[in-house]
Design a protein around this ligand. Structure first.
Ligand code: GCU
Length: 680
């Protein structure tokens, strides 16, 4: 905790410089008081903190006060009393914020709360030092707000240093060794804390030979990272291989019910906690895409997860056990196997069998981070299990950080989705009561962190939606714009803000328009998943099909005539998705196979909708480019140049998508465009 307090102290000094400076810059015009700021831990306050008592200087963490000690003491005491009267506990990460008697006060029960309170002040900027306001309590909705790095220690021959990484190399590892860039990892920890992230898994879920050894002989590497992240209240987690007792321990089996295997995990885990007392726990991808798992021993995933949970339990650690389990060696001729069903079929029957410290980590959709999918039915199917919902900040299927694609509107839609109907709990509620939210990181050693400078907004938005899933995506984008593009005399902040909103607010829907239509998904180039290839996965073992023929397109997942996937949802969605009349347009081809002439609720036929949206998507990207040009002199030239370069690629790629998808469906259907545009 000591180092966390030091962090807060250092951050406060930075903030004081920044806002003190700002306030002084033009005090009469801006009418700002000096930035008097107090950050206090409740247990540092005198027991009776009523302002009526003679206020001595509070034992605050720090005060940058030009105000008198008495004013500082009074303001702090006021806030302490008001907070106590609210009767709500702040918790380890919560804080209360108020401005009173010309002093801005942040009060927390623990150092992490002060840190988050401080970053809230930074977000508020000068507004934090404006008019007096009563106490406002902030607490995170999700207890665990986690990023999974898919970073390899060794350079993988196909996937490189970072699997699905689009921002250069790993900030943790380089070519088999720790990168050792202390300044970079510290800056990263600070960035994450400012977004609200409090847990990081530091290696890829596909655990290869070298990475497996992070658990044992390479543990020092993990200790070093934990030491750098801890001062920013971030706990380290590790992706481990289920076969570890064999590959690291030399045992003949990894059978979860074998006593020697259990002992090996217990001893190994004890050694980890001896070095990293606040270690978060393990992350496991088992029996999935070639990773080892309990199926090899005729055991199920509850047996597998409970094995690791048992080893972690004495230390308060958790196991994040991924539900991404499906047959990736499917025969495409077999119409009865449906990849969308797989996670539910494997996991729903196990509900109630997992130990308390198992978190079943469910991808938000039933397939794989597509641009549009329904919410995974697993989220509504396991009331007796702690669930975490997994997102993908790295833009594997959403433009690979070459395309602008602000994902917060998509995540927000998912988090607000109510699987049991409008009166029921939401996806966010399920995650909040369970294991929180997790996302695959989009950060690398790129000078802008995320390759595309505007992709930073996705990282920021993920953290903010974890903290409060009800925040509106535009509001989050506003925060990010203010924090990223510091106000500068030469800049027209309103033009900058408006233009970035015009480019980014709807960019996920724009991306959807020029790529795979109506929820069908996966029309990408196999392997690297960038750019169009309508039939790329159609005759493969991966289970990702669209079934387009001369008459129609889409996957029949109904109970009546299809794979029965709709039956995995509770009402009302089981009915709503089942019926072609009530299925939402944007998911029509996910649930139904329909003729090209089928009339959508929006009034267009399926085929005309495909043509129209693809042309429209390209036009929207062209407009983004023009808008970005207006900002030429308003943003840093290096940022401007990088985004300009990426936008050029986005236009090229969007046209390619448009032309291929439209030509494909024109050739299949023989139906011309109602507006006579060229379809190639
Ligand atoms: C996707 C992705 C893989 C990744 C997998 C996972 O399939 O393409 O690279 O390993 O998801 O989530 O485990």
């Amino acid at each position: 905790e000591g180092t966390l307090v030091d962090t807060v102290q250092a951050e406060v000094e930075r903030a004081a410089d920044r806002y003190g400076g700002t306030a002084r810059r033009n005090p009469t015009e801006a009418g700002l008081p000096p930035a008097d700021l107090v950050l206090a831990l409740t247990d540092a306050l005198p027991p009776d903190s009523s302002p009526a008592t003679e206020p001595g200087p509070p034992e605050t963490l720090t005060a940058t006060a030009t105000a008198t000690t008495t004013a500082v003491a009074t303001a702090t005491a006021q806030l302490a009393t008001a907070t106590a009267q609210l009767g709500e506990s702040l918790g380890v990460e919560g804080f209360a914020l108020a401005r009173h008697a010309g002093v801005t006060v942040v009060l927390a029960d623990a150092p992490a709360g002060l840190l988050y309170g401080l970053f809230e002040l930074v977000r508020l900027g000068e507004a934090a030092f404006g008019p007096t306001h009563p106490v406002r309590v902030h607490r995170p909705v999700m207890a665990r707000r986690m990023l999974d790095h898919w970073d390899n220690v060794d350079v993988h021959p196909v996937m490189g240093q970072v699997e699905r990484g689009y921002a250069g190399g790993s900030i943790f590892w380089h070519d088999g060794r720790p990168r050792g860039d202390v300044a970079r990892v510290t800056a990263y920890a600070r960035l994450l804390a400012a977004c609200g992230i409090n847990a990081v898994s530091v290696n890829n879920v596909n655990v290869h030979a070298t990475e497996a050894r992070l658990l044992t002989e390479r543990l020092d590497d993990v200790v070093d990272l934990a030491d750098l992240l801890r001062p920013y209240a971030i706990r380290v987690h590790l992706a481990v291989t289920f076969a570890a007792p064999m590959v690291l321990g030399g045992l003949p089996t990894a059978d979860p019910l074998d006593q020697a295997v259990r002992d090996w995990w217990a001893e190994t885990t004890a050694r980890v906690y001896a070095r990293i007392p606040d270690f978060g726990g393990y992350l496991v991808k088992a029996d999935s895409e070639g990773q080892p798992g309990p199926f090899s021993y005729g055991r199920d995933h509850a047996d597998g997860a409970n094995l690791l949970a048992e080893a972690l339990a004495p230390y308060g650690g958790v196991v994040h056990w991924r539900a991404f389990v499906y047959n990736h060696r499917q025969d495409w001729r077999d119409r009865s196997t449906d990849r969308a069903r797989a996670a539910y079929d494997h996991f729903a029957p196990l509900d109630g069998r997992f130990r308390d410290n198992v978190i079943v980590q469910v991808k938000h959709g039933p397939i794989d981070f597509q641009t549009r999918e329904p919410v995974s039915p697993v989220i509504a199917a396991m009331p007796g299990t702690r669930l975490a919902v997994e997102f993908q900040v790295t833009q594997e299927y959403t433009g690979q950080q070459k395309h602008v694609c602000y994902l917060a509107p998509w995540w927000s839609e998912i988090l607000r989705f109510a699987p049991w109907g409008d009166d029921g709990r939401t996806v966010a509620d399920v995650a909040a009561d369970g294991g929180g939210l997790v996302a695959v990181s989009n950060v690398g050693d790129d000078e802008f962190w995320t390759g595309h400078p505007l992709a930073q907004a996705n990282l920021y938005a993920f953290g903010r939606l974890c903290w409060n899933p009800r925040l509106r995506p535009q509001e989050v984008l506003d925060e990010w714009i203010d924090l990223t593009f510091a106000p500068d005399a030469r800049v027209d902040p309103e033009l900058l803000r408006r233009t970035l909103h015009e480019i980014m607010d709807d960019s996920w829907r724009t991306y959807e328009r020029y790529t795979a239509p109506l929820g069908v998904g996966f029309m990408v180039r196999p392997g690297h998943h960038y750019g169009p290839d309508v039939d790329g996965y159609e005759y493969t073992p991966w289970g990702t099909y669209h079934f387009a023929d001369r008459d129609g397109v889409g996957v029949d997942r109904t109970r009546a005539t299809g794979t029965g996937f709709t039956g995995q949802y509770p009402p009302p969605w089981s009915e709503q998705y089942e019926s072609i009349d009530t299925c939402p347009d944007e998911l029509l081809l996910f649930f139904h196979h329909v003729p090209y002439g089928h009339l959508l609720h929006c009034g267009s036929t399926v085929i005309q909708h495909i043509y129209d949206t693809h042309f429209e998507g390209v036009r929207e990207v062209e407009a983004m480019c023009r808008r970005w040009e207006w900002l030429a002199r308003l943003v840093d030239p290096a940022v401007h140049a990088r985004v300009t370069e990426r936008l050029a690629e986005q236009v090229r790629c969007a046209r390619e998508w448009c032309d291929q998808v439209n030509a494909y469906f024109h050739r299949k259907s023989g139906i011309p465009d109602a507006h006579g545009r060229a379809l190639h």
